[in-house]
Design a protein around this ligand. Structure first.
Ligand code: IMP
Length: 424
């Protein structure tokens, strides 16, 4: 495993935190490649749930170098709070953490205008963390990066220029009036001093690590169907969440990656607005939501719930070039009499090939269903494939056959050891 990518194969919340935590045992360096504090990666340790928003999930393993790549957008205040909370648990974080000088910053004005935009007609149900507007500045070449904090004169001038533009664009956002580059720098003085020690060249470090034969894990946030290019646009996040974003977001070439692991739940969830062909009626969703504790790790919002969507999973396998599939939360389906799957879509009475690019078309698709008999038996204690109930195995074997990607591991509970490793 010189360089492995872990990517969400659905709409995020697939349980990547647990998988990255487990894989980190065999890694030397773990790097986040995109997204920001919109992510919420839950790791359970000694019965306690720790939710990581910016720090890579590999941090739970002592000695692992943890990097935040150029593709991530950083909210400094949240980063510091998270690091301090982890340190309060007894983990040494700062000496192991590096933040790319090229990572863009989320500024207070990004959050302010997002709150306004999300209260209007174009809302997509964001996490409210200023993600989209920080990436908008990045793409417009008006963004500010971690490294810019150390050139205060230029930093303040760019912030002021951006604020002027935003005040014209969003005259109804009153909080913009009091903001300024100088005020922000004054407010952040201590924070910037705290950060300085962490700033590094992530690309250079990863190249050196790979050259020295060290093992690198690239951790994705959100999921393929929230990817800016390949997701259900415009109901997506603003970064390259799919596997191709991994080398881009840390400064490696595509050939550095030699293994891509996709993570999918045994069913599906989605937070925020947008098409969701396999969504369940609310009555059924409520049952799954309770069984799977499907509430947003970042916002606490109840997640929309549905069954596994095979066309979407096949699409994720293709777009990411998946080598392996990890299925999480199998145990959540233990009590269901029947497990349903969307096996295809029909649009205007005709079968759809692939996965529609337009959200409107996807919304109009009629799902074609298949039902599998449930297993009605606890799976949490299983540690080998043969210990899974026969109906659960049949379901999983059908999924991997249909996707053309081998399932190498199945998570059967939140605890670290609740996992069935499949011998290959
Ligand atoms: P943003 O990333 O906050 O701009 O939100 C854009 C869309 O992505 C919204 O539908 C969010 O609910 C969704 N989203 C962002 N981050 C996550 C995540 O970590 N898990 C699930 N959905 C997410």
């Amino acid at each position: 495993m010189p360089c492995t990518v872990v990517v969400g194969a659905q709409w995020g919340d697939e349980g990547k935190g647990k998988i990255v935590d487990a894989l980190s045992a065999a890694a030397d360096v773990v790097a986040r490649y995109q997204g920001g504090p919109n992510a919420g990666h839950s790791v359970i340790r000694e019965g306690r749930t720790i939710v990581l928003h910016l720090v890579p999930s590999g941090v739970m393993h002592e000695g692992r170098r943890c990097l935040i790549g150029n593709g991530v957008v950083v909210d400094l205040q949240r980063l510091r709070e998270e690091v301090e909370a982890l340190e309060a648990l007894g983990l040494d974080v700062r000496p192991r953490l590096g933040v790319s000088a090229a990572a863009h910053l989320i500024l207070p004005q990004h959050r302010a205008v997002e709150a306004f935009a999300e209260a209007g007609p174009g809302a997509i149900g964001t996490t409210g963390r200023g993600i989209g507007f920080a990436y908008r500045d990045k793409a417009a070449r008006t963004g500010l990066r971690v490294g810019d904090l150390f050139e205060p004169g230029r930093f303040a001038a760019v912030v002021d220029r951006n604020l002027e533009r935003l005040r014209r664009e969003f005259p109804a956002v009153p909080s913009l009036a009091a903001m300024s580059g100088a005020a922000l720098l004054a407010e952040w003085r201590e924070l910037v001093a705290w950060l300085e020690f962490l700033v590094c060249d992530v690309s250079l470090e990863l190249h050196a690590a790979l050259h020295a034969g060290r093992r690198v894990l690239l951790e994705g946030a959100q999921g393929t169907l929230l990817d800016l290019d390949h997701g259900t646009y415009p109901y997506v996040t603003s970064s390259a969440a799919s596997a191709a974003g991994a080398p881009l977001g840390v400064g490696l070439g595509p050939r550095a990656v030699d293994r891509v692991i996709g993570v999918t739940k045994s069913y599906a969830t989605r937070v925020g607005l947008g098409p969701f062909p396999s969504e369940m009626p609310e009555e059924e969703a409520a049952r799954l939501r309770e069984a799977g504790e499907e509430y947003g790790a970042t916002t606490g919002r109840p997640r929309r719930c549905g069954w596994l969507d095979l066309p979407a999973l096949r699409y994720a396998a293709r777009v990411n070039g998946l080598d392996e599939l990890v299925v999480t939360k199998l145990d959540v389906l233990d009590g269901f009499d029947e497990v349903r799957v969307v096996v295809g879509y029909e649009l205007d009475g005709r079968p759809v090939e692939g996965f529609p690019a337009a959200a409107g078309a996807l919304e109009r698709c009629e799902p074609v269903w298949r039902a599998f008999p449930g297993w009605r038996a606890p799976t949490t204690g299983a540690r080998r494939w043969s210990e899974l109930p026969a109906n659960a195995r049949a379901y999983l074997e059908w999924v991997e056959r249909e996707c053309g990607v081998p399932i190498t591991s199945v998570s059967v509970g939140p605890e670290r050891d609740a996992e069935v490793q499949r011998a290959r």
